[in-house]
Write a protein that binds this ligand. Structure first.
Ligand code: ZN
Length: 191
């Protein structure tokens, strides 16, 4: 379900459209100095994107403050860049509903804006899945994960207190049998 979505150029077009919306909102808000933001797009190839996407798909929206003496450059969050990687790992999480929500895409963009490193997000997802999976046999059945927001508390937890070295490796090892696709996707990125 997700996999075909992530490789679908229509889905990519949707991300582009959402990026345009995020960029427009950002521009309307203006610079922190009160200045007007001018468009300063630059080309960048998004990695791992599907083949056959349009010529504008590699354009990263960027702005430059028009005020003399400020000229701050700003690049709003992009779902086609970091957000895509977060959504990609999320798509391998067992026990989700199988759909992305609009708010999931926004949350992925927010993580990008805050400069949260991808390995923190990856670690949070692995840890949350481990907590769900490794539990007693007589525990009540778990609800499906309906949104990427499910991982928010654990992301915050790991930002406040990063896991000790080797811990995430241990989690990956413990999860390999129960969530092989997720671990394979995470290994591919973390190593
Ligand atoms: Zn400015």
């Amino acid at each position: 379900m997700y996999q075909s979505l992530l490789q679908d150029s229509k889905y990519f077009d949707l991300l582009l459209k959402l990026d345009e919306e995020l960029a427009a909102e950002y521009r309307r808000a203006g610079c922190d100095c009160g200045g007007v933001l001018h468009s300063a797009r630059y080309d960048r190839k998004p990695r791992g994107g599907p083949a056959g996407v349009g010529p504008t798909s590699g354009v990263r929206f960027s702005f430059c403050c028009a005020t003399e003496g400020c000229r701050r450059r700003a690049t709003p969050s992009s779902l086609r860049f970091l957000g895509r990687k977060v959504l990609e790992l999320y798509s391998h999480v067992p026990g989700t509903t199988g759909y992305f929500r609009r708010s999931d895409r926004r949350f992925a963009g927010e993580l990008h804006d805050r400069g949260i490193p991808l390995d923190i997000v990856d670690a949070a997802i692995l840890l949350a899945v481990a907590r769900r999976t490794i539990r007693s046999h007589d525990a009540p059945p778990l609800q499906k994960i309906a949104t990427l927001h499910y991982f928010r508390p654990i992301i915050e937890e790991l930002i406040a207190e990063p896991p000790p070295p080797g811990y995430i490796g241990y989690i990956r090892f413990k999860l390999a049998a129960v969530a092989p696709e997720l671990v394979a996707a995470a290994n591919h990125r973390l190593s």
